[in-house]
Design a protein around this ligand. Structure first.
Ligand code: SF4
Ligand code: FES
Length: 235
């Protein structure tokens, strides 16, 4: 935000708000206590506006605008709860539910309840992007992945700068991948765990937690979650 220039005045849901130039509609809304739903947005990552759940209606604009990246402008009139914006969010949620396992995504489930989204509305093909258990630290269950990109971003320039993750496939088959689909120990991953911290759906999970949920006995979990170096150590 640039504080050296005059503040910008706009209205959000009829309330007048002053926002610094360069602020997003989302930031301006938060400053007066108005909540706009988000999915891909995370305060620790650069917003890429891939989910579109945060779109709002702006008077005079032909299309809905994604509040997490659209910047405020003088005289802007924003409606966060217009019928069009709410219908758009509901459809996005229903499309997500039609393809992805959201059983471990409590925030999205709460949004579905709020928007009365019907998870059965679209009866289509479900994404089967694979379950990867290739290291002692975490599992990747991409059937639960909504492609929010948060993990890729913290793995790259938003935090860790190791770039172990990338996007694979195209269109419906797009998925988070490693380069050349290498097992995670063969990539640049340093197992910092930051991707797990930002994943909103349970697609990334500590291995210990995953094995406990499967009901595995403690000795199996202990062996499976030991780092390789310690496995090689003589008793
Ligand atoms: S694995 Fe999690 S953080 Fe990564 S893109 Fe999928 S849902 Fe988002
Ligand atoms: S939260 Fe704005 S596009 Fe996803």
């Amino acid at each position: 935000m640039d504080n050296s220039h005059p503040m910008i005045e706009l209205t959000i849901d009829g309330q007048t708000v002053q926002a610094a130039p360069g602020s997003t509609i989302l930031q301006a809304a938060h400053s007066i206590g108005i909540d706009i739903p988000v999915i891909c947005y995370h305060e620790a990552t650069t917003p890429n506006a891939v989910c579109r759940i945060c779109t709002v209606e702006v008077t005079g604009q032909r299309t809905l605008l994604p509040a997490c990246v659209a910047q405020v402008a003088p005289g802007m009139q924003v409606q966060t709860q217009s019928e069009r914006a709410r219908r758009s969010r509901k459809v996005i949620l229903e499309l997500l539910a039609s393809t992805v396992d959201l059983a471990e995504a409590p925030e999205i489930q709460a949004q579905m309840a709020d928007y009365q989204a019907d998870p059965q509305r679209y009866d289509g093909t479900r994404r089967e992007a694979g379950y990867f258990d290739d290291n002692p630290f975490y599992i990747r269950d991409y059937d639960k992945c909504i492609l929010c990109w948060r993990c890729m971003q913290v793995c790259a320039d938003d935090a860790q700068y190791v770039n172990a993750l990338t996007l694979g496939g195209r269109g419906f088959d797009s998925h988070i991948a490693t380069f050349y689909d290498q097992p995670m120990p063969d990539t640049s991953c340093v197992f910092c765990g930051q991707c797990l911290g930002v994943c909103p759906t349970g697609a990334l999970k500590p291995k210990r937690q995953a094995l406990m949920e499967q009901g595995q006995p403690e000795d199996v979990i202990w062996l499976a979650t030991r780092p390789p170096r310690r496995k090689e150590r003589k008793p």
